[in-house]
Design a protein around this ligand. Structure first.
Ligand SMILES: Nc1ncnc2c1ncn2[C@@H]1O[C@H](COP(=O)(O)OP(=O)(O)OP(=O)(O)O)[C@@H](O)[C@H]1O
Ligand SMILES: [Mg+2]
Length: 346
């Protein structure tokens, strides 16, 4: 494969892809058949080692990947009942993410691809989040509107085909997941903030008045820094005045302010593009309130909604296998000079 053989490689229908993901604090490996069917999906996380720092420490994450990557890959093969020799291609996240962390997965994937003499498929983590919706949904096909809502990205995207994308709007500052994490910190909740805010919000009411984003403006862009600052100011002002704050109400108010706008933008985007299908991806899509609001908005308008299972929203390798298969079918193979990238274009 790493000689002239790459030119004559015959693509396989329903190829078995071993996918590896190590862009942040999860080391993950998955085997996906034909880009849609998950045969195994294993994750090891160094999350608990980062809690006391309030966020991911890149050096700690990278070191954890070096000890986890081979174990998680073995676990994925065992769970699928397969051997390395059964695999048709290796897909790996090469960006975006923490450089040191990515390099562990990229180096390991290169070694496997070289040793097995099979294609090495470079995958963008962001495209992986978008492609998660294809998993377990054999009938889903573009075009559709995709909501990308993760720790580092927030965008409304028109997916024209498997490989053509148009960003209709995106955040101009913080990502929505980042805002959840920062607001969680000021509420005294542990990292990662999103699930903890969701839990606290269940006991609250949306009674705290927070700024609405781009009210009345015709734009698909988003901004989370004003909303985040408003929550921080609200907490500090009350603290200075010695007033008791109902944190559950703050969490609930923030959650709806941050997420309602995404649902509204998605609906507008379907009208603009005249499409009747919506998908979503990224860690924030694990949020139950957002899932329910999207489901309501889509059913009212007879729009088909495909949401990945919650564990396929946060970082995982199955989504890398889904996007990896799309790249594989297009013959997008990397050489052994593949490098990790901290940021990648969509
Ligand atoms: N239930 C939830 N509600 C809200 N936010 C959530 C929930 N679960 C996870 N998140 C948020 O999702 C983010 C993690 O998602 P993800 O793993 O997709 O991001 P990332 O990999 O750090 O960033 P990116 O994918 O953009 O590079 C965190 O900000 C986390 O707080
Ligand atoms: Mg991610």
């Amino acid at each position: 494969m790493y000689s002239d053989a790459i030119k004559s490689y015959q693509l396989k229908e329903n190829a078995l892809i071993l996918a590896i993901e190590s862009s942040c604090d999860e080391t993950a490996a998955s085997i996906v058949r034909g880009g849609r069917e998950i045969l195994s999906n294993e994750i090891m996380s160094s999350c608990s080692e980062h809690v006391k720092f309030g966020g991911v420490v890149p050096e700690i994450a990278s070191r954890a990947h070096t000890t986890a990557v081979a174990r998680v890959t073995d676990a994925a093969l065992n769970a699928a009942g397969l051997k390395l020799g059964d695999i048709d291609a290796i897909a790996v996240t090469y960006g975006a993410g923490l450089l040191g962390a990515l390099l562990v997965g990229v180096s390991y994937a290169k070694t496997l691809a070289y040793a097995l003499d099979i294609p090495l498929v470079p995958v963008s983590h962001i495209r992986g989040h978008i492609a998660a919706c294809y998993l377990n949904n054999p009938n889903l096909e573009p075009p559709f509107i995709s909501l990308l809502a993760s720790g580092g990205h927030t965008a409304i995207i028109y997916v024209k085909s498997y490989t053509e994308f148009e960003i209709l709007g995106q955040t101009l500052d913080d990502a929505v997941g980042e805002a959840f994490d920062k607001v969680a910190r000021v509420l005294g909740l542990e990292y990662p903030g999103g699930p903890n805010i969701e839990r606290l919000a269940q006991n609250g009411e949306p009674t705290v008045v927070l700024p609405k984003m781009f009210k009345g403006e015709k734009t698909f862009n988003l901004s989370y820094s004003g909303l985040k600052t408003a929550v921080i100011n609200y907490m500090h002002n009350n603290e200075q005045q010695g007033k008791e704050v109902n944190k559950a109400d703050v969490a609930c108010s923030f959650q709806s302010a941050a997420l309602d706008v995404l649902v509204a933008r998605v609906v507008e985007a379907t009208k603009l593009k005249g499409v009747k299908t919506v998908t979503a991806g990224g860690g924030v899509v694990a949020n139950g309130y957002l899932r329910n609001r999207l489901a309501e908005a889509c059913s009212e308008r007879r729009i088909k909604l495909y949401l990945p299972q919650k564990r396929l929203c946060t970082d995982n390798a199955a989504m890398i296998g889904a996007e990896g298969y799309i790249q594989y079918k297009n013959g997008n193979f990397a050489g052994l000079d593949l490098n990790a990238k901290a940021s990648v274009e969509l």
